[in-house]
Design a protein around this ligand. Structure first.
Ligand code: GCV
Length: 835
């Protein structure tokens, strides 16, 4: 039985049985004073391969414990008893990655959800901020009694944004008109403010708790004021009040209990940025969701309503910065004309706590400043950047700073002048320092020089510069050393530059993970890297602790996600791609949140709180990344995508000008076997890690199967841990990946009628594309590798549908912005594992 079959058979899916343990707003830095219930379960992060994914997702079905996401789960008010019961039985998933201390607990209600009678079509434009009326009477009555008016007696634009959101959200959820008021007017008040903006908040005994929260933190508290029961949303700053308002709305939108309500939270990472790779001509590099959201030709005069909607969505998940422009930078963005356009966006975003940043083209002093050099040591260049910073800050006083890609993939940089990355970064850092700005300097370097191993370059260039960067510089490091692959080991620079603040760069847009159509929830990928233990200061030196600054004592901290947002009505190219934006924000706020917990709160807000929807859809999401790894690049394979567009399989490409542009460089298939030897007998990339980690990667006995071929060249008939030979295991994983997409389709079919027809149909259509394309990946890659292994497809597995030449001759996609390959949408993709 596959895990999807187990999901389908779960008793949880019977109408009326709810009580999914969930984590909404219960992260370790987002607390809730609730009754305790221990959740031992959890869905596998995917790190463990097929077996652990299956085990983990089985726990969703296994009595409810699996969805609790870890120990320390807490239950709210009236559902506390249920939580304790349900959160205990993790089943098979308990062995897999769980959510960690403090994650878990209960939202939802024990009431039976009615089968919806009329579900209006939805476009996805409202994202997770839909606020539909609560469809279960008991919970609805509680909410209607508790939320009748929003009380705000002062404050500026951020408080206004908070109250607007509360009025809209509470009105929607309760199905009543929740009004804004200046004073408590009987029962059901939500009182918002800071001790400075609200005398009501100032009068509550919250001072010591607020003092511990910092500038962005919040408290949401059931309390009494003027003899009335009220909910207070309090913070030290108005943006904190906004975050608290969103936390309250998230709690309610996941139908959580409110008796004794007490929520609090504060971000662990200071700068939580989206990086837009948006160009002046409206295109988006690696964007699959239409054109750029920024309508440069209409700015600054015309402001699309989507700018505010974008800001709301980001604030709701804690994102507080937007780099507006592509790291493959355009100097024109630094001209007065474009600064005025950026200012217009900054003005819209400011109430939502979002600062704008720009990518800086290093050669801008030459290109737009009429200088003859961009050498950081040149005094005229230094003055040019200082003047440019003054100009920007005059227009945008809270401008965040610059993001720079230098001396990589053809971008200009300090090395052109025989200067280092630190020299270049410090030039810009000095220009913005007096304004409170920062410089984020990317470590994704990709030179044109021949290299023994392309993945070693960033460490080689940056690690020796540790201690040489100015105090307001962060070095931004991609999660892995190669390039946003479906799976890579964590980047060796994490932990290796103790004197330098390091920002983590994740990719939200799925350049290498099926682009717009394939369902691949990136939460497990993010969780995998955040939990990866660099061991630089011994066990527990996780990437999360590096980037939140606690391991190496940095106050300046940041995390970036390469945006998947565009002009498409659904924002992200597909409904499920919205979840990747969502989870980036939530994990940026709290890198210790579990992917599973976040998936559940997203499903509840985006699709439905009905457990008949929540459990299977969370299961689909949690297994999706491993499924994609299996049908694209199992066992540590990497970078086998088609040239330039990175869509579809092309492991045979070998003729591109630079060796490391070619897939054959990465998989190194030959008559003996498959994989890149990065041990001491090969490129020795393992030596860039702390010895405990590098040694583990280097030994066949300790490297995980998921990273095997990333670090080792393995013989075709060598036995793996699974007891199968490499060839057999490869065929098994590729085949399982295809069939699991089929199971996802079956699972999705079970929520028909519980989700509006439009989104249900659109998701189904994309899953069908994914299914065919998974089979394409499998058949193309296995056909190709068979030319080296000289082995037949083992019994029990389907033969490739076409000869290798067919796949090599395919010419798709026609449109790289909405990539498709209709030629392969024929026949039946499954079964690949024969019954
Ligand atoms: C912005 C990969 C992508 C490029 C991207 C680059 C980077 O190589 O394919 O489109 O360029 O990463 O992160 O700088």
């Amino acid at each position: 039985m596959t895990y999807f079959e187990r999901v389908l058979r779960t008793p949880l899916l019977r109408p009326g049985l709810i009580c999914l343990a969930v984590s909404s707003a219960c992260g370790s830095n987002e607390h809730s004073s609730r009754g305790s219930g221990a959740g031992a379960g959890g869905i596998a992060s995917g790190a463990g391969g097929i077996a652990s994914v299956a085990g983990g997702v089985a726990s969703v079905a296994g009595g409810g414990g699996g969805l609790s996401g870890g120990t320390g789960g807490t239950a709210t008010g009236t559902t506390a008893g249920t939580a304790a019961v349900n959160a205990g039985a993790g089943g098979a998933g308990a062995a897999a990655t769980s959510g960690g201390p403090g994650i878990g607990g209960v939202s939802g209600t024990e009431e039976t959800y009615p089968v919806p009678t009329a579900l209006p079509d939805e476009t996805g434009a409202d994202l997770w901020l839909r606020y539909p009326k609560v469809p279960v009477p008991g919970r609805l009555a509680q909410y209607q009694a508790a939320f009748t008016h929003v009380v705000s007696s002062g404050g500026g634009p951020s408080t206004q944004a908070a109250t607007e959101e509360l009025v809209q959200g509470l009105s929607g959820l309760t199905g009543t008109s929740v009004m804004l008021a200046a004073a408590v007017q009987g029962a059901g008040a939500v009182v918002v403010g800071t001790p400075t903006t609200s005398t009501l908040i100032a009068g509550l005994p919250l001072a010591s708790e607020l003092a511990a929260l910092g500038s962005d933190g919040y408290l949401v508290r059931a309390t009494e004021l003027q003899g009335q029961s009220v909910i207070a949303v309090a913070a030290n700053t108005e943006v904190g009040v906004l975050y608290g308002s969103f936390a309250l709305l998230r709690h309610l939108a996941t139908h959580s209990a409110i008796t004794g309500l007490s929520l609090s939270g504060s971000p662990k990472i200071k700068n939580r940025l989206l990086n837009h790779w948006d160009n002046r001509d409206g295109t988006v590099e690696r964007g699959y969701a239409g054109s750029s959201l920024w309508n440069w030709s209409q700015l600054p005069g015309t402001l699309s309503p989507r700018y505010k909607a974008y800001a709301r969505a980001n604030a709701s998940i804690g994102i507080n910065g937007a780099v507006l422009t592509n790291v493959n930078a355009d100097a024109q963005f630094l001209t007065a004309t474009y600064i005025a356009k950026a200012k217009a966006l900054a003005d819209v975003f400011r109430p939502y706590g979002i600062k704008v940043y720009l990518s800086a083209r290093f050669s801008a002093p030459v290109e737009i400043g009429n200088l003859t050099t961009a050498d950081p040591a040149d005094a005229t260049v230094q003055k040019w950047w200082a003047d440019k910073a003054n100009e920007i800050y005059t227009a945008i006083p809270d401008f965040g700073g610059f993001l720079v890609k230098a001396n990589s993939e053809g971008q200009p940089g300090p090395q052109t002048y025989n200067r280092t990355h630190a020299d270049g970064a410090n030039l810009l850092a000095k220009a913005v320092a007096s304004h409170g700005g920062i410089v984020i300097w990317r470590a994704f370097v990709y030179s044109t020089a021949a290299e023994s191993d392309r993945i070693k370059q960033a460490y080689e260039e940056f690690q020796p510069l540790d201690g040489k960067f100015a105090a307001n510089v962060l070095v931004q490091v991609k999660n892995g050393p190669l390039d946003f692959q479906p799976r890579e080991p964590f980047h060796p620079l994490f932990g290796a530059m103790p004197k330098t603040p390091i920002s983590l760069e994740l990719q939200i847009t799925k350049e290498y993970l099926g682009e717009d159509t394939h369902l691949a929830y990136t939460g497990p990928l993010y969780e995998e890297v955040l939990k990866a233990d660099t061991q630089v200061n011994g066990p527990g030196s996780t990437v999360a602790r590096v980037i939140d600054g606690t391991l190496q004592k940095h106050a300046l901290t940041a995390i970036s996600g390469v945006s998947n947002i565009g002009s498409d009505t659904n924002w992200s190219g597909s409904h499920f791609n919205q979840a990747n934006w969502y989870v980036f924000g939530r994990m940026g706020w709290d890198p210790d949140l579990s992917a599973q917990a976040v998936a559940e709160e997203w499903v509840r807000q985006t699709f439905s709180n009905d457990p008949i929807v929540v459990a299977p859809v969370v299961g689909m999401m949690m297994g999706s990344r491993q499924t994609l790894v299996n049908y694209m690049e199992p066992l540590g394979l990497a970078h086998m995508m088609g040239t330039d567009h990175h869509y579809g399989p092309a492991p045979w490409v070998s003729t591109l000008a630079q060796a490391e542009w070619n897939p054959v460089y990465y998989h190194k298939a030959d008559a003996q076997g498959l994989g890149f030897d990065r041990t001491a007998t090969g490129s020795n990339a393992v030596s860039q890690y702390a010895s405990a980690v590098g040694d583990a990667f280097a030994k066949r006995a300790t490297v995980s199967d998921d990273s095997l071929l990333f670090f080792h060249h393995v013989g075709w008939t060598e036995k793996l841990d699974t007891g199968k030979t490499l060839w057999e295991e490869l065929v098994r994983r590729y085949s399982q990946g295809v069939d699991d997409v089929g199971h996802v389709r079956e699972t999705w079919a079970t929520v028909k009628g519980r989700i509006d027809a439009k989104r249900f149909g659109e998701v189904g259509d994309f899953l069908q594309i994914q299914h065919y394309e998974a089979r394409w990946w499998r058949d193309a890659c296995l056909s190709y590798f068979a030319t080296f292994s000289k082995l037949a497809i083992p019994a029990g597995y389907a033969a490739p549908a076409n000869p290798l030449s067919y796949y090599q001759g395919l010419n798709c996609p026609a449109d790289v912005k909405k990539p498709r390959c209709p030629q392969v949408y024929t026949g039946t993709p499954s079964p690949a594992v024969l019954p």
